[in-house]
Design a protein around this ligand. Structure first.
Ligand code: ATP
Length: 808
């Protein structure tokens, strides 16, 4: 049996050992190893446990799965398969259990009323408790300073006291702090025992601010506000890369599904569980800041019945970073899924998909190696480790985990093969290279024609058509069809654009399929009134060594979000004080309206000038820059580098960022050329031809902005609510948002429109549902280095200086 093949079969057939921790049910046992297979159910495992540990058979037991930091517990249904759940855990958790307390199975006793008896606290909690007792008895130093869990209650609020308060709280492992209804999170980069069921219970139905700040409190307030006011809610998460946004989103989603299910895993939770690793494999990558960085923004909406029971959910994605597919910066990688596939595919799959080693693909091997030592006689480039594997990563295990997760969200083996075949086609496409035919003219040829049959086989398109599409452009003028050869650089752009479009269409298709699995049929019953809570996990402000169009869009979106924070927190709040006759000195804040106008105001905003230049065939990077200069030379929010550099600098609220204009026009109108669309639509493979039909034109910029429109409307409505409250026209409780979000809802997205068309075929009634938003906000901050596997040394918080650029 070969190694690769063996991996999958091992998982399918072999016996696994589950370690079950019985806790107080059997105090003398730390854990009990129980053999089980992939399809062994929780009920069978519990039976074995009862026999092994001689437990009281008259009592009722359940298995609880603990995963992620802090020991959130998910109760398994009797028919759930623990091994399948275990295989979704990261490899570290499977191998290194003694230190990996985050993932395990616990045995819990069920009370007569059906509730779960959680028994004593887990070992880590005992340590914390012990420490608290020692402190009380004076054996350990008491915390010196009083801290404030809401920055608004600081007696003297200024930058210094604000940072000191956060630092002080962080030193005492308090990573959460409120600013009114906003929650600030500081990434601890270490396990904290604050996410277990005790905390779920503790924060159930409590007014915000009554207990120590916590992410559960935010979820809880949103949940109960939704139920009481019958209004949909929205939680916005923002922060820089590596600050813990995804982690916070996971805590929220877990809590939001847990609240309604009293601890029992539902089908929806099962699908959300499977959707996570799938989205992560296709949408996450190693970056210089985070080994598992999400390269797309997402909006996850959990739908509830009016009674508060989870109905279904849906995911909307924003701006997948397509450029990563064809080029990665130093010390960064392409999307995880490529490495998983190349490491984990079986021999049969390797030959069917024509797979090679990662270093043989242009899209994976461009890692720029920086010279480590530089001297005349010793110019060394290569002592740096490659970037194909990340420390602690087991790509084969990750591939198995991905396959299982795909199975859980309903991808049949045939579909999985089609997806992997398409991934291979994309990699081979990237290997196609061009040369000039002759020195005299510009016409080009393909240097390695042997790659063409492989790509044509994998995409199931005719080889001649593929060749034509890669080297020539077809243009139709009045009554005439012109075939013009591409120039060398143009051909490379077309090849890359085809690869990017294929990958992004695949990602859209995956999200579309996940949504089908997540949307419950009850969601579509017109007489079932649904409510929802949305969590928006959006990219934070970015400033890298090289910033391009992606950073420009992301930072503009953040600029708009900041604008609405300003509106809400400063302007409206101060207006309210004034009208209520409270003596008040206005606080100065950085008003970023001018920066937003510079970028987006019609007719001369940078985005409008960019649109003009994108549609003008003779335009170049220089003409674009000249246009920017000509219109905005006097504007203090834009600068141009002193040396001749094709770049411009924007003075954002969070600092100056330099953007290189290279590829701005192409990325702004980044869409598949019609001849490429025609080629892919001609594929004999219905999976590929159908997928291309979904969304041929990339709605790049508007996709990212739409995410911010959600936030924008939420905050604008917050403003209206303030005014209404004063004029007495609105009797809803604070924070109610009335505005219908129809026009910005996911229903507008082409992928979802398609999804709905299909669903509507099953349902005659039109699916019409207003999406209203209430508002909550979570802001996350990283401390130390995002790549740290271990906590910040010495629990140091000097990095708190990084907060200074943020103004609330
Ligand atoms: N509450 C937390 N407790 C402990 N560790 C955390 C917490 N939040 C985040 N981390 C750690 O920080 C790492 C980075 O977090 P995460 O991936 O959520 O960041 P992010 O803001 O989503 O980054 P990106 O924008 O690059 O996707 C996680 O892998 C985890 O190790």
């Amino acid at each position: 049996m070969n190694v690769n093949d063996g991996g999958r079969r091992r998982f399918e057939d072999n016996e696994h050992t589950l370690r079950i921790y019985p806790g107080t049910i059997s105090e003398e046992t730390i854990y009990c190893p129980i053999p089980a297979r992939k399809n062994s159910t929780a009920a069978e495992v519990i039976d074995s446990l009862i026999n092994r540990l001689h437990l009281d058979k008259t009592k009722c037991y359940v298995l609880a799965e603990v995963k992620e930091f802090g020991g959130e517990e998910w109760i398994l249904n009797p028919t759930d398969c623990p091994v399948q759940r275990m295989m979704l855990w990261p490899r570290m958790a499977l191998e290194n259990r003694l230190s990996g307390e985050d993932y395990r199975f616990l045995l819990r006793e069920k009370n007569l009323d059906g509730s779960i008896h959680y028994g004593s606290l887990q070992s880590w909690l005992r340590v914390t408790e012990e420490r608290r007792r020692m402190m009380e008895r004076g054996f350990l130093p008491q915390p010196q300073q009083k801290d404030f869990d809401d920055l608004c209650s600081l007696p003297d609020l200024n930058e210094k006291t604000l940072l000191e308060n956060l630092r002080n709280r962080f030193k005492h492992e308090k990573i959460y702090t409120y600013v009114g209804s906003i929650l600030i999170v500081i990434n601890p980069f270490k396990f904290l025992p604050i996410y277990n069921p005790k905390y779920v219970k503790m924060y159930d139905n409590h007014q915000l601010g009554k207990l120590e700040p916590h992410i559960y409190a935010v979820a809880d307030v949103a949940y109960h506000a939704m139920l009481q006011r019958k209004k949909n809610q929205c939680i916005v998460i923002s922060g820089e890369s590596g600050s813990g946004k995804t982690q916070s989103t996971n805590f929220l989603i877990h809590h939001l599904t847990a609240l309604s299910q009293k601890g029992f895993a539902s089908g929806v939770e099962q699908i959300i569980l499977g959707a996570g690793p799938v989205l992560e494999a296709f949408g996450n990558a190693k970056t210089a800041h985070n080994n598992n960085s999400s390269r797309f923004g997402k909006f996850i909406q959990v739908n509830y019945q009016e009674t508060g029971t989870v109905l279904g959910a849906y995911v909307e994605k924003y701006l997948l970073e397509k450029s990563r597919l064809v080029y990665q910066e130093h010390n960064e990688r392409n999307y995880h899924v490529f490495y998983y596939l190349l490491a984990g595919a079986s021999e049969e799959e390797r030959s069917a998909f024509h797979l090679k080693q990662p270093e043989e693909y242009h899209y994976l091997n461009q890692i720029t190696k920086k010279p480590l030592r530089q001297s005349w006689d010793d110019y060394c480039y290569d002592s740096e480790p490659d970037c194909f594997t990340v420390e602690g990563e087991d790509l084969r295990h990750d591939f198995e985990r991905l396959q299982l997760a795909m199975e859980m969200v309903g991808f049949l083996p045939k579909t999985r093969r089609q997806i992997f075949s398409l991934l291979s086609a994309i990699l081979h496409l990237g290997n196609i290279c061009y040369k000039k035919k002759t020195y005299r003219d510009d016409s080009i040829d393909i240097c390695n024609p042997e790659v063409l049959p492989i790509v044509s086989e994998l995409l199931e398109v005719k080889e001649e058509m593929l060749f034509e599409a890669l080297v020539t452009r077809k243009t139709v003028t009045v009554g005439e069809k012109l075939i013009l050869p591409y120039k060398l650089a143009e051909a490379v752009t077309v090849r890359n654009s085809m690869a990017k479009s294929l990958y992004s269409a695949l990602f859209d298709w995956i999200v579309f399929r996940i949504n089908h699995a997540l949307l419950s049929s009850k969601d579509l019953e017109h007489n079932t009134k649904t409510l929802s809570i949305g969590v928006l996990d959006i990219f934070g402000f970015e400033d890298y060594e090289n910033n391009s169009f992606e950073q420009f869009c992301i930072n503009f979106a953040n600029e708009r979000l900041q604008h609405y924070f300003n509106q809400h927190i400063f302007k409206l709040e101060q207006e309210e004080y004034r009208t209520e006759g409270i003596s008040w000195h206005n606080i100065d804040y950085i008003d970023n309206t001018s920066c937003i106008n510079l970028i987006s105001k019609k007719p001369t905003g940078l985005l409008h000038l960019l649109d003009e230049e994108s549609n003008f065939p003779q335009a170049t990077n220089q003409t674009l820059l000249d246009k920017f200069k000509h219109q905005h030379e006097e504007n203090s929010y834009i600068e141009f580098p002193a040396v001749m550099e094709p770049a411009f600098i924007i003075k954002h609220y969070a600092g100056k960022v330099k953007y290189g204009v290279k590829d701005f026009r192409e990325k702004n109108t980044d869409h598949m050329r019609p001849d490429i669309v025609a080629l892919l639509r001609s594929s004999k493979n219905a999976f590929i031809s159908g997928m291309i039909g979904i969304d041929p034109v990339a709605v790049f910029r508007w996709a990212v902005l739409r995410a911010f429109f959600r936030a924008m409307v939420a905050f604008r409505e917050a403003g209206k609510r303030h005014i209404h409250r004063k004029t007495g026209h609105d009797d809803t409780a604070p924070c109610a948002i009335l505005k219908s979000m129809d026009s910005f809802s996911f229903l507008q997205h082409p992928v979802h429109q398609r999804s709905l068309e299909i669903l509507q075929r099953c349902k005659e009634e039109k699916y019409s549902k207003a999406i209203n938003l209430d508002k909550f906000c979570v802001i996350t901050y990283p401390f130390g280095n995002g790549n740290q596997e271990h906590p910040t040394p010495g629990w140091d918080i000097d990095g708190i200086g990084s907060l200074t650029s943020v103004n609330f």
